[in-house]
Design a protein around this ligand. Structure first.
Ligand code: PMP
Length: 441
C-alpha cells in the first residue's frame, strides 16, 4: 500500500506489478515477511524477449487463415483437390537429371549473377516471346522467385497505401493478399461472363486506379478465357487512360481444346502491359522461377527492389531451365502434360456429370487446372460442405477465398491436375456424398 501511495498508482496496479515480477522469477514473496529480490535476478536475469512488442503487426486477411487450414487439410485429405499443383508424377525430373549429368555447367555461373537473372535464360525467354508475337529483348525480362515474388515486387514499386487497384472477382487469392497488405483499395470486375467495359471505364474515370490486375487466360479460379475482342477493347480503354495492366499468365501453355487468343501483351500498343509468367504450373513449383516481361524502366526498378530481397534468384534452377528450354525439352514436356491434363479434365467433367447431378453448376474449362463450381441446393454454403468434405477425405478451396469481400460462399474451386482419373472420380464421389450430408443438415 505504501508503495502504491508513494508512486501515485492504485493498490491493484502495485499488486499486479509484484505478481508479474514474481512470475518472471525476479522477486520471491515470503508470507508474513515481505517481498525480496530473487537471488541471481540482478544483472544476469534473463527476461523473455517481448517479440509481440517488437514485431510490426502483420496484415491479416480473412484469407490468411483459409490458406493455412487448406494446406493442413490438403495434406490430410485422401483426395486432395485444393492446391493448384501439377502432378509430381509428371515432373520432368529424368530430363533434369540428364541435363545435370551433361556437365556443361560452368562454375562461374554458380557465383553471383545479375539481379535480373541468368543471361542465357533471359535471352531464351525473350526469343520465345518474340517468336510468339510478344517482341522482347533480354533487357525486357527479369527472372523472379516465382510469379508470387513478381507480384510482390510490382506491388512494392507501384503502390502507395490508399492507391486503387482493379482486380477481377473472383481472382487469385495470393494477389489479393499482396495488394491488400500494400494498403491498396480494391475495385472489382466480375470475372465470369462478358468483360464489363462500362464498369471498367467508370472505375477509371472515378478513381484513377494505379493498376489493373487480370488473368485473361484460364483464369484462376474460374477457368474463364477473355475473347480476343474483349482483350482489344480492354487495351483500347487502358491506352486511353494510360492505365498500367498486370497480365498474370501461368496457364496459357496448358490448353486442351484449342490454342487461346494471344496474350494482352501481344496486342498491347500503348506499352502499358506488364506480363507475368511462371514455370510453376508447367514444370514444377519448387523451382521458384517466374519472369516478368516489361518495358526496361519497369524492369530496372523491379531489379532494384529485388536486390534488397535476395540479390538474384537461384542460379542452378535458372541454368537447368535454360538448358531445358534450349534443348527443346520444355516443348516436348508441354505436349505430354497437355495430353495428360486433357484426359484428367475430361475425367473430372465426366465424374461431375455422373455423380454430382443437379447438385452443382459449373463450366468445363478449355485449359488451366480448375473447375469452378456453384452449389445449387438453397441455403447450402461451401463452408458447411468443407466440414463434411473433411470427414469424407476430400478437399477443395471455398469460394470466399477468391474475393476481397464476402461473396463466394456458395462457390468453390477444384483442381483436376494433381490426381489421376481414378482418384478424381473418387474425389467427386466423396464430394457428392459430402454435399448430400451437408444438405441434410
Ligand atoms: N498467379 C497465379 C494466378 C497463380 O495461380 C499462382 C500459383 N498458384 C501464382 C501467381 C504464383 O505462382 P508461383 O509459384 O510462380 O509463385
Amino acid at each position: 500500500r505504501q508503495l502504491a501511495e508513494r508512486c501515485g498508482v492504485s493498490r491493484t496496479t502495485a499488486i499486479n506489478a509484484y505478481r508479474r515480477l514474481e512470475e518472471l522469477g525476479l522477486v520471491r514473496t515470503r508470507v508474513g515477511s515481505g517481498t525480496y529480490v530473487a537471488e541471481g535476478s540482478g544483472e544476469a536475469a534473463v527476461l523473455p524477449m517481448p517479440w509481440h512488442q517488437l514485431l510490426v503487426p502483420a496484415w491479416q486477411s480473412p484469407v490468411s487463415g483459409i490458406i493455412r487450414d487448406l494446406v493442413a487439410m490438403d495434406a490430410a485429405a485422401g483426395v486432395s483437390m485444393a492446391t493448384g499443383m501439377p502432378d509430381p508424377g509428371l515432373y520432368p525430373w529424368a530430363a533434369f537429371q540428364g541435363l545435370l549429368g551433361q556437365g556443361s555447367l560452368a562454375m562461374k555461373d554458380l557465383g553471383h549473377i545479375a539481379t535480373e537473372g541468368y543471361g542465357p535464360l533471359r535471352e531464351a525467354l525473350a526469343a520465345r516471346h518474340t517468336a510468339a508475337g510478344v517482341p522482347a529483348k533480354a533487357e525486357n525480362v527479369a527472372v523472379v522467385a516465382g510469379a508470387q515474388q513478381g507480384l510482390y515486387l510490382l506491388a512494392k514499386v507501384f503502390l502507395n497505401p490508399g492507391d486503387y487497384v482493379i482486380v477481377e472477382a473472383p481472382t487469385y487469392m495470393g494477389a489479393l493478399q499482396i495488394f491488400q497488405s500494400a494498403g491498396a483499395r480494391l475495385l472489382t470486375l466480375p470475372a465470369p461472363g462478358p468483360l464489363q467495359l462500362d464498369l471498367l471505364e467508370d472505375y477509371l474515370i472515378r478513381y484513377r486506379p494505379k493498376l489493373l490486375y487480370v488473368l485473361p487466360t484460364y483464369q484462376n479460379p474460374t477457368g474463364r478465357v477473355m475473347t480476343q475482342p474483349e482483350r482489344q477493347a480492354l487495351l483500347t480503354l487502358a491506352a486511353r487512360h494510360r492505365l498500367a495492366v498486370i497480365e498474370d499468365d501461368p496457364y496459357s501453355d496448358l490448353f486442351y481444346d484449342r490454342e487461346p487468343p494471344p496474350p494482352l501483351k501481344a496486342l498491347d500498343q500503348h506499352g502499358g502491359v506488364i506480363y507475368l509468367r511462371t514455370f510453376s504450373k508447367t514444370v514444377f513449383p519448387g523451382l521458384r522461377v517466374g519472369w516478368v516481361v516489361a518495358p526496361e524502366a519497369v524492369i530496372h526498378r523491379l531489379a532494384l527492389e529485388k536486390q534488397y530481397v535476395d540479390l538474384h534468384s537461384n542460379n542452378l534452377a535458372q541454368w537447368l531451365l535454360y538448358k531445358f528450354v534450349a534443348s527443346g525439352g520444355l516443348d516436348r514436356h508441354l505436349t505430354a502434360v497437355r495430353r495428360e491434363y486433357r484426359q484428367r479434365r475430361d475425367a473430372m467433367a465426366q465424374a461431375l456429370r455422373r455423380f454430382a447431378g443437379g447438385r452443382l453448376s459449373y463450366a468445363v474449362p478449355d485449359g488451366g487446372f480448375y473447375f469452378w463450381c456453384r452449389l445449387t441446393a438453397p441455403g447450402l454454403t461451401t463452408r458447411a460442405l468443407l466440414t463434411e468434405a473433411g470427414r469424407q477425405g476430400v478437399s477443395f478451396v471455398p469460394g470466399d477465398a477468391f474475393y476481397p469481400g464476402t461473396e463466394g460462399e456458395r462457390e468453390f474451386r477444384v483442381c483436376f491436375a494433381t490426381n489421376g482419373a481414378a482418384e478424381l472420380q473418387e474425389g467427386v464421389k466423396r464430394l457428392t456424398r459430402a454435399a448430400a450430408q451437408a444438405e441434410k443438415g
